[in-house]
Write a protein that binds this ligand. Sequence first.
Ligand code: NAD
Ligand code: PRE
Length: 302
Amino acid sequence: MSFQRVTIIGLGLLGGSVGLAIAEFLPGCATTGYDADPAVRRRAAERGLVGRVCETAAEAVSDAELVIFCVPVGAMENAACEVADALPAGVIVTDVGSSKEAVGEALRAALPHATVIPAHPVAGTERSGPDAGFPHLFRHRWCILTPPADADPEAVDKVAAFWKALGADVELMDGAHHDLVLAVTSHIPHLIAYTIVGTASDLEQVTRSEVIKYSAGGFRDFTRIAASDPTMWRDVFLTNREAVLEMLGRFTEDLTALQRAIRRSDGDALFELFTRTRDIRRSIVEQGQDDARPDFGRSDHG
Ligand SMILES: NC(=O)c1ccc[n+]([C@@H]2O[C@H](COP(=O)([O-])OP(=O)(O)OC[C@H]3O[C@@H](n4cnc5c(N)ncnc54)[C@H](O)[C@@H]3O)[C@@H](O)[C@H]2O)c1
Ligand SMILES: O=C(O)C(=O)C[C@]1(C(=O)O)C=C[C@@H](O)C=C1
């Protein structure tokens, strides 16, 4: 049932982690890989992120059963066009992109004869590149599949089984719904982090050294997120524009309400909100969806 030959296009954090996870959890599966950057290809070969690093994308996919695109969402279409003439018949194509409607459309347009099952493992870190990947990235994390309504159910099952084998919990969702949910749970939090870190560094009365010196608690957490890859996040906001703007409208209203509560010294309003948000954090921790990143002190990572 599971795939024997998988090709990974893009060998950075996500592609490298998929390759290492396959080697660990699906040892019978042969992997090939390609990255547009020759330095990444070299490093991927040194780290053994895939069994064979190829010099062209076409060579990498030539006998694949599953092709996974692990490139920035704005690069999905070009990466797919590069392999369009080389894909074997019957191949299943998937991806790991953080926005799903635009990526699904781009892959289906570029590869009209392939079976495309878009996916988003909701797992990552602020790091990028071929040194960032580790095999346990997907363990106990959600992987959301957004197959089109007319998708082949057998292909959906195979892609779901693949992600489960890498340790993920799989959920199916409509692409538009995915984009709305992730706008609020992932995309806007990143936008807020980029904003607060930018605002702090722009403040004239807070010198750069003070920002660094006193960044102990909350601000330090924001700087981690704000260190995330600029290309990746530029592309996420450009491809999930409508959902982000919709959720940003709601967020702005809530922020204005908080601003009013502070101005009016409305302690009850502040206390009620902070109690509610603490409960949300506690339920996340109880469900075991807490952090699995390497630098969070857990021992179950590579
Ligand atoms: N970083 C995260 O936390 C995270 C989590 C889940 C999903 N994602 C998604 O995963 C994808 C990859 O992100 P990442 O964090 O691994 O980025 P990354 O920068 O670590 O790796 C991306 C790689 O793609 C390569 N690339 C770019 N264009 C290419 C092309 N046309 N052909 C071949 N290779 C190409 C780059 O050279 C780079 O090595 C993105 O779509 C992102 O939205 C990221
Ligand atoms: O943990 C982090 O550093 C992440 O930003 C990972 C994160 C997220 O927002 O949760 C970022 C983007 C993805 O598409 C999925 C996961």
